[in-house]
Design a protein. Structure first.
Length: 708
C-alpha cells in the first residue's frame, strides 16, 4: 500500500487557521491530524475538524450535479451531467438578463471556506462582469473593523504569541477556548508567569471558568464600561502623559467626553458593581504590560462600532503599546498583503451598480425592498443563509418562489440547498489547493491538495471558470489556473513577504510573515500608527466626513449606513432592545437573547455531522438562569418555546447559574432539522444594523421563553 502525508490548512472562518497533515493511503485520506511543527497551532485540531476525513467521505455528500424534480423544499433531486447543469444555468441567466437586466441576478456567499482563491470573493469577477447585484458582506467584524481603523488604522496589533509577556490580559467578548483555542496556550503561559486574566462576558464560558476574574456584563453595554474605565483612568491621573503627548491626538476632547461616563452610570447600564468598574480600570492601568483581546461578539449590538472605538482608545491612554505584550489584538489579517482588488475586480462593476447587504436577503427575495428589477436568480456558494440569517420566514417564502431560479454549490443538502433548482457538488479542503491568510496569527499557510475530488465535485475556482465560459466571456483573466490565481493573489514584493517564496510555503505548509520576533516586538512603541496622523486617534480625523471605506471584504459601502457623519469621539449607544431602553417591548419580552458560537460547530458547518452534533447536543438547547427558569416553571430538559414578534423556535431547556439573570443563551450553528419546529435562533434576530459598518445586531434581542 502506498502511504503518503500531505500538509494543508484548515479552511474555516476561524482565527486559528490550523496547519493540518493528511495521511493518504492508495489515494484515500485515512486520517487528518494537526501539524506538530507549526509554532502557533502546535499539532492539535479542535473538535470541529479533528475528524475532517469523515466530512469528506460522509454518505450525505453531494457528489454530482442535480436538478430539482419535486416541489421546492422537498429535497427531491435527480442527478444530471455537468454539461446539462452549466447549460441550464447559462440559459436561464441569459434569458433573465435579456428580459430584466443583469441586476436581477444575485450572488450570495460568505466564508464557508476562508481560502484566498476559493473563498469569499471567488465569484466576484464573474458577477461584476455580468453587472449583477453586488452583495455587501458585513456579517462579521465589519463594524469592528470600521471602528478599529478609525482609531488605530490597519495595524495587526499585538502579536498573539507575545501574550506570554503580558501581565494583565482582558478577553473582552471572546471565548478563547471555543473560538480561538490555539491562542490559549500563550495565555496559559502568561498566567504561569504571573499574569492576571480577566474575562468580560455575560456568560461564564469555558474560558471564563479559567479566568482569575469573570465580569458578567449585560449584553450590548460594553461601551459604557470602556468609557467608565477611561473616566477613572483620566480622573485618577493613571494615564501615560508622555505617550499621549507624542503618539495620540484628541486627548482633551476625549477627557471631556469621558468625564460624563461615571462608574455609577456604567454600573446602572452594565449591571457591574461600581467598585468592580473602578478596580478594573485601576488594575488595567497599573499592571503593565496590559493587553485586550476583543472578540467578534463585541460589535453585535446597536452601538457595537462605538464600543470598539472606546476599547481601542484604552491602550493609548495608558501607554500599553510601549511594552511587548501590551496593546490590543483584533485581527492580524491586516498584516497579510492580499490583493483584494485582484480577487474582487471592483473595476468591472457598472457605474450604477445595485448593492444588497447580505443581512437583508429575505426582504430582497420577497420584494419588500422594492427592487426594480426584482431578484429573479440566486446563486449561493460558501453560505447557508436559511440557517444563519435573520427573517427566515421571508427567506423561505422567497426561496419557494417558482419564478426564482436558485443554484447552490455545496457539500450537503443544507437548509438552503433543499430549495435549489440546481445543486452543484463542491470540493472539500482535502480535494483542492488554496493559500490562506489568518485573522488570528501571523503565518501564511498553503493547502496542498491531498486527494482527487470525490465524484464530480469541483473547486469554486473551476466552477466559475466553467460559468464564465458558458456566459461567453473570453477575457483570459477568467481562466487562470489555480496556481496562477495563488501567485496573483498576494503582493510578493511586500516587506512582510521578504525572503518568503511560494515554493517554500507550499513545501512546508506555512511561513511566518517577515515581521519582528514576538518576544521583542511592541508594534507601536514609537507610535507609527497607520492612520492619517500616524497617531492613535482618540478623535478620528476622518470620521466626521461620513465617507470612510473599510477595505476588507466589502464592496459598495461608504461611511455609516445612512451616510450621516460619524461622531469623531467614542460614545455609548444603548441597545435597541433592553429592559432599560425599550420598557414597553420588555414588558412582553423581558429576556435578552444572545447566540454565541457553538463549541462544536463553525457557523452552520458540522451542524449535520454525527460527531459534532453528539458533542454539541443533538437538538438545540437554550440556557436559562435558575431564577428565570423557576419563575416560568421550567426545569432542565423541558421542551420550551423562545419567541418574539419576529418569530419563534422550539428547543430544550438547560438551567445554569453560568448565565446572568435576564439573559438566555442559544448557541448558533444548528440546522433547522435539529430544532423542534424547523426554525433556528436567527428567526428571532432583528434586521437592524449596528452603528458602524452595517454589522448585524445578533446580540440585541428581547424574547420571552415559555414551557411547551
Amino acid at each position: 500500500m502506498a502511504r503518503t502525508t500531505v500538509v494543508g490548512a484548515c479552511p474555516h472562518d476561524c482565527p486559528d487557521t490550523c496547519s493540518i497533515i493528511t495521511t493518504v493511503e492508495d489515494g484515500k485520506a485515512i486520517a487528518v491530524r494537526g501539524n506538530p511543527d507549526h509554532p502557533f497551532t502546535r499539532g492539535r485540531l479542535c473538535v470541529k475538524v479533528n475528524n475532517y476525513e469523515e466530512r469528506v467521505y460522509s454518505d450525505k455528500r453531494v457528489l454530482y450535479p442535480m436538478k430539482r424534480v419535486g416541489p421546492k423544499g422537498t429535497k427531491q433531486f435527480q442527478r444530471i451531467s455537468w454539461d446539462e447543469a452549466i447549460a441550464t444555468i447559462a440559459t436561464r441567466w441569459k434569458a433573465i438578463i435579456a428580459e430584466h437586466g443583469a441586476q436581477a441576478i444575485l450572488p450570495y456567499s460568505y466564508l464557508g471556506t476562508q481560502g484566498v482563491i476559493n473563498g469569499l470573493n471567488v465569484g466576484d469577477p464573474l458577477f461584476n462582469k455580468l453587472g449583477a447585484t453586488v452583495l455587501e458582506r458585513t456579517f462579521c467584524d465589519s463594524g469592528s473593523c470600521t471602528a478599529y481603523l478609525l482609531t488605530i488604522g490597519h495595524t495587526p496589533g499585538v502579536d498573539p504569541e507575545s501574550f506570554v509577556h503580558s501581565k494583565y490580559i482582558i478577553l473582552w467578548a471572546c471565548n478563547t477556548l471555543s473560538t480561538n483555542s490555539h491562542h490559549w496556550p500563550f495565555i496559559e503561559q502568561a498566567k504561569k508567569n504571573g499574569a492576571k486574566l480577566v474575562v468580560i462576558d455575560p456568560v461564564k464560558t469555558r474560558t471564563a471558568r479559567l479566568a482569575d476574574w469573570h465580569i458578567q456584563i449585560r449584553p450590548g453595554t460594553d461601551a459604557a464600561l470602556a468609557l467608565a474605565m477611561m473616566h477613572v483612568i483620566i480622573k485618577e491621573n493613571l494615564v501615560d502623559r508622555d505617550y499621549i503627548d507624542k503618539h495620540t491626538v484628541g486627548f482633551d476632547e476625549l477627557a471631556e467626553r469621558a468625564a460624563t461616563y461615571t462608574p455609577e452610570f456604567a454600573s446602572q447600564e452594565t449591571g457591574i458593581p461600581v467598585e468592580d468598574i473602578v478596580k478594573l480600570a485601576r488594575d488595567y492601568a497599573t499592571t503593565p504590560p496590559a493587553v485586550v483581546r476583543i472578540g467578534v461578539a463585541v460589535e453585535r449590538h446597536a452601538g457595537g462600532g462605538q464600543t470598539v472605538r472606546a476599547i481601542a482608545c484604552l491602550p493609548g491612554l495608558i501607554g500599553a503599546w510601549k511594552h511587548v505584550g501590551g496593546g490590543l489584538l483584533q485581527l492580524p489579517i491586516w498584516a497579510f498583503p492580499v490583493k483584494w482588488d485582484v480577487l474582487m475586480r471592483p473595476d468591472l462593476q457598472p457605474e450604477n451598480m445595485r448593492v444588497l447587504n447580505s443581512w437583508r436577503l429575505g426582504a430582497a427575495l420577497t420584494g419588500e425592498l422594492g427592487f426594480d428589477p426584482p431578484i429573479k436568480a440566486l446563486f449561493v456558494y460558501n453560505a447557508n443563509p436559511m440557517a444563519m440569517v435573520t427573517e427566515q420566514d421571508k427567506i423561505e417564502k422567497g426561496l419557494e418562489r417558482e419564478d426564482l431560479f436558485t443554484v447552490v454549490s455545496e457539500h450537503f443538502i443544507t437548509d438552503t440547498a433543499k430549495y435549489a433548482d440546481i445543486v452543484l457538488p463542491a470540493t472539500t479542503q482535502l480535494e483542492q489547493k488554496d493559500i490562506m491568510f489568518s485573522w488570528g496569527h501571523l503565518y501564511l499557510s498553503y493547502n496542498n491538495q491531498a486527494i482527487e475530488p470525490l465524484g464530480e465535485a469541483v473547486p469554486n475556482t473551476e466552477l466559475f471558470r466553467r460559468l464564465a465560459k458558458a456566459m461567453g466571456i473570453t477575457d483570459p483573466a477568467f481562466f487562470r489556473t489555480d496556481d496562477e490565481m495563488i501567485e496573483a493573489a498576494l503582493d510578493w514584493s511586500s516587506p512582510v513577504l521578504q525572503g518568503i517564496t511560494l515554493d517554500e510555503v507550499k513545501a512546508k505548509g506555512y511561513s511566518r510573515l517577515a515581521m519582528p520576533a514576538s518576544d521583542d516586538w511592541a508594534p507601536h512603541r514609537d507610535g507609527n500608527f497607520p492612520t492619517a496622523t500616524g497617531k492613535c486617534e482618540f478623535k478620528s480625523t476622518i470620521a466626521a466626513g461620513g465617507n470612510f471605506v473599510a477595505p476588507l471584504f466589502r464592496q459598495g459601502y461608504n461611511g455609516d449606513q445612512d451616510g450621516t457623519p460619524i461622531d469623531p469621539l467614542p460614545h455609548y449607544i444603548a441597545p435597541n432592545e433592553s429592559v432599560r431602553t425599550a420598557p414597553a417591548l420588555a414588558a412582553r419580552y423581558p429576556l435578552s437573547l444572545i447566540s454565541p458560537k457553538s463549541h462544536a460547530f463553525l457557523n452552520s458547518n458540522y451542524g449535520n455531522l454525527p460527531a459534532q452534533t453528539a458533542q454539541a447536543g443533538e437538538e438545540q438547547a437554550v440556557i436559562l438562569n435558575p431564577d428565570d427558569a423557576a419563575f416560568r416553571g421550567i426545569e432542565a430538559g423541558a421542551p420550551i418555546r423562545v419567541f418574539n414578534d419576529r418569530g419563534s423556535f422550539e428547543a430544550y431547556a438547560t438551567v445554569s447559574s453560568d448565565i446572568m439573570a435576564g439573559v438566555v443563551v442559544a448557541p448558533s450553528g444548528y440546522w433547522q432539522r435539529s430544532n423542534r419546529k424547523g426554525a433556528t435562533v436567527h428567526a428571532l434576530t432583528p434586521p437592524a444594523f449596528a452603528d458602524l459598518g452595517r454589522a448585524p445586531t445578533f446580540s440585541d434581542i428581547l424574547v420571552q421563553v415559555g414551557r411547551l
